[in-house]
Design a protein around this ligand. Sequence first.
Ligand code: SAH
Length: 273
Amino acid sequence: MVHFVGAGPGAPDLITLRGARLLREADQVIYTGSLVNTELLSGCRADCRILNSAEMTLEEVIGAIEQAEAEERMTVRLHTGDPSLYGAIREQMNSLDALGIAYDITPGVSSFCGAAAAVQTEYTVPGISQTLILTRMAGRTPVPEGESIHALASHGSSMAVFLSAGMLAGLQEELLRGAYTADTPAALVYKASWPDEKLLRCTVGTLAESAEKERITRTALVLVGDFLGGRGARSRLYAPDFSTGFRKGTGEGEQRPATGESGSALREGETRS
Ligand code: SAH
């Protein structure tokens, strides 16, 4: 059995309880060495085989899993943040499917959540933006046509840009071709939740020069949008006059009561927070 596990953004206590248990039980751990905090491996069994996938090809990773399976040993494949984002797990699952090897996935706290916590912000501020775009610049590996930063930037929504800290001059230019202006708030979060975390608040117009001053070229997320500006409307959900399936409002400007999970039956155009 193979368990894909999200390690979280860095701080060892930001892995899930399930992920931590699987790490303690593992016969073999293959971890993403470039970004996973190796403190997480200190709880592994003394006889656990530990491999760093930064030095391996896909074929070598699958080979190590196949070998463990033949010995009926369990593998944890430990990915930074959440495995579903830029984790290259699709290709691993395809190979495991072809070999008939069973697997499951334990989610993790993605770095975009760790970065929001570092900045102490909310991506979906009522009246500002209700959409978060997670993306990356095209670099040595391409992104599909239609997903260029300038196309995505036309929405002016909240945005978190992965894998692009080394291309900030280009990123800045692309963002400015969209709906953002040079004054739109931006932030650069380096190693969110690690002891050497750095947080730079800047604007779209000063992204590249701010990073250069602090010599940040990798392991950082770029956050962009007016959600960083500290303004925003009040949510409807917690307004005194607003009724939901769980709370009766005072009635003024009364809305049809929502039923079920809070907000799930909110009408189109209503704001949830
Ligand atoms: N699966 C991971 C993303 C892996 S891609 C996740 O869910 O977070 C690697 C990129 O993620 C880095 O280039 C950087 O942009 C971002 N990243 C990962 N950990 C980070 C952290 N602790 N702080 C800031 N950015 C981080």
